[in-house]
Design a protein around this ligand. Sequence first.
Ligand code: ADP
Ligand code: ZN
Length: 297
Amino acid sequence: MPLYGGIEAGGTKFVCIIAENPESVIVESRFSTQTPEDTLSKAVAFFQSESEKLKQPLKALGVACFGPVDLIPSSPTYGYITTTPKAGWKNTDIVGHLKSQLNIPVLFDTDVNAAAFGEYTWGAAQGLEDFLYFTIGTGIGGGALVNGKPLHGMVHPEMGHISLPHSWEKDPFAGTCPFHQDCFEGLACGPAIEKRWGIPAPKLPPNHPAWELEAYYIAEAMRTFICTLSPQRIILGGGVMEQKQLFPMIQKKTLQSLNGYIQSTRLIDNIDEYIIAPQLGNRAGVLGAIALAREAY
Ligand code: ADP
Ligand code: ZN
């Protein structure tokens, strides 16, 4: 069985696995994100020692990375984390470091593009070529598959930073985004919920008005992405979406907001299969990294 390495490189934690597919995850290691030197050395040590124990070299490594990142192969900073506000991580050569230490092909994409690719390969988007994957957690990010390929474009999409209708009367909370204040992420990420209501999001009861407002913002964002990209499906993951009561609320509000304009049976008759949870759960990112690694051949 060929083995691949996968890393989900997050701002809070790194998850590393060796696997062939979701059914054959051989080993896993999780550690908190410290300095780039410490964290990348830990990842390298994990893959080296585990593949030695398995007596089998890894064929390739996939990295699902927090961003912003440089994905343009011809760029001198390809494979770098670029302008992140995360202390110590600005201009970090992720791919270069891993490639030089492990001597195997390294495939690299944003965390959400990789998660989308994982869901495409093994999860909730099998058979679809054009769809979106969002994480609604510490931040909000969106990945897009277009014609079955992760969309990069000029840099890569930053779908968490679109603007949304924000009624200051109904919601006087200013938003948390240091760049745009009340963008989608600024109004609807986990920390925004906590700051608005003064209670950590996981502690708010399911019937708290926080969730109606959250569903409203997410639904308005869904309308924007449905109208701009016409996705065949939208997958919503991340910590905030552990609140499963949000799904029917978002589905209903999205239809209300579109107001019958877009006539597709996917939307009108099957909204509960259109805006859905990831099938790979919280492993979408790291399994997406494995799916990317498999693309090396
Ligand atoms: P990250 O974005 O750091 O990868 P998560 O996707 O778990 O990690 O997002 C963390 C955020 O999600 C936090 O702001 C947290 O408050 C929120 N969160 C985590 N679990 C829940 C939950 N069960 N209900 C609501 N919010 C949650
Ligand atoms: Zn923003």
